[in-house]
Design a protein around this ligand. Sequence first.
Ligand code: BES
Ligand code: ZN
Ligand code: ZN
Length: 482
Amino acid sequence: MKIEIASRITKTDLLVLPFFAGEKPSTAQKSELESYAYPDFEAKPNEALLLYQKNKLAPRVLLIGLGEPEKALQDTWRQAGGTATKSIKKNIHSITLLPPKEDLYRLSAFIEGFLLGHYRYEDFLRDEKRRLPVIETLTIIIEDKKITQLLQEKIREIQVVIDAVKSVRDMVNSPSNVMNPGIFEHLGKLTAKNGFKIGCKILDEKKLKKLGMWCLYGVGQGAKERPRMIVLEYKYKPKNKRPIVLVGKGICFDSGGINLKTQMLEDMKLDMAGAATVLGIFKILGALRPELHVIGLMPLAENMPSGEAIKSGDILTAFNGITIEVVNTDAEGRLILADALSYGIKTYDPETIIDIATLTGAAITAFGYGITPFLTNSPALKEKIETAAQTTDEKMWELPLEKTYRKNLESPIADLLNSNPKAGASTIQGGLFLENFVGEKPWAHFDIAATAYIPEAKPYIPKGATGKHVRTLWELLKHYGD
Ligand code: BES
Ligand code: ZN
Ligand code: ZN
């Protein structure tokens, strides 16, 4: 989709007019609306009304509500953008936006929402009619020269970031017979090849054994498709002295293993969303070339039951030597992260390490599908995360790394248990387990079990994979040195 800025309306298939409740249309909007009456349109947030007219520059006009002006937030504009895309039919190819106010941040948010909302996972849809309409151009009408220039610069960043979000959605929506560790490896290499200053290294199963990553190896040992780890490195005139390491859980299918799941199995292709998010971030780094040094670690495996699989009660040794009693083979995410985090710390001595993982079903119970819990050992990192998440409106909430709960993970026969069903607080337990593998380094853990994949669509997020937190992590990286 091409995004352009123009100072006057020319021929377009659809004209989009966002409106505040209780406010008169702007002068420019008014002249487009002369021949209409729309007495029932209240301009409530996300209210949409499509009007048709003959022989005009714009044969269709779409009114979009923004609610009361004093209540409108940046996300109101993002949502309005998403609502606008939803109204688009097959024969609409060019769209023009005539905003009520010329404001860089609001217009950026509208464009973000518009692009984010225009998504469908269609790899397996054979019927053309079921595919997403192709939008060729979105034209924004702006008169102010300064805003035009600033928005022009911003548009490229928005397009790169939203393309990355969509690529994450595609990966997570892809079924596990397509998106397996082998295909993921291929996509990792491709991202490195197509991006600026990205190196790629694969730790295959032989290497995992040699390095002593027995947790990642163990989780993947029962599957035909073999476990492995992708290591990506982006380095360009870095502002940060030591790297930032991002780690993403990459379980391409989580059956639970020998502790076989009984619920939501058909959704468990989602369990590589963390790794997909990290790959998405590297697409952005490789395109936007920020002055940073970032490492991406994507431990990949399928958690399957078989004659070769790890069994409940087995003991595994992690990369840093810690021994773990696997009381539940379904708590596998923390095992592969244990190896990846300790490998990241030892190999790169990072300034900051962040992991992103669909770790616990309890995140859904506690927060629903709209808020991501996170845990961190660093107040400074917490602030960075919260600032970034506020900008992107990807809601996050900190949970405590409660010290007195540490004893719940003590094992009588090993250093750690991988879970303790009697202790409750499963999301916190996950964080406390991971804390053992990061030492004193500033670290944060995002539990995206609820927010990576949702059962019902939101204004600019379709049902299924959301691609959430690509935007937040990018925002955090972009302002890392500030
Ligand atoms: N991949 C799941 C978590 C999950 C559940 C993600 C639902 C998305 C939706 C994870 O590996 C898991 O099975 N966690 C267990 C942990 C428990 C055994 C300690 C859980 O949450 O039940
Ligand atoms: Zn599991
Ligand atoms: Zn899992």
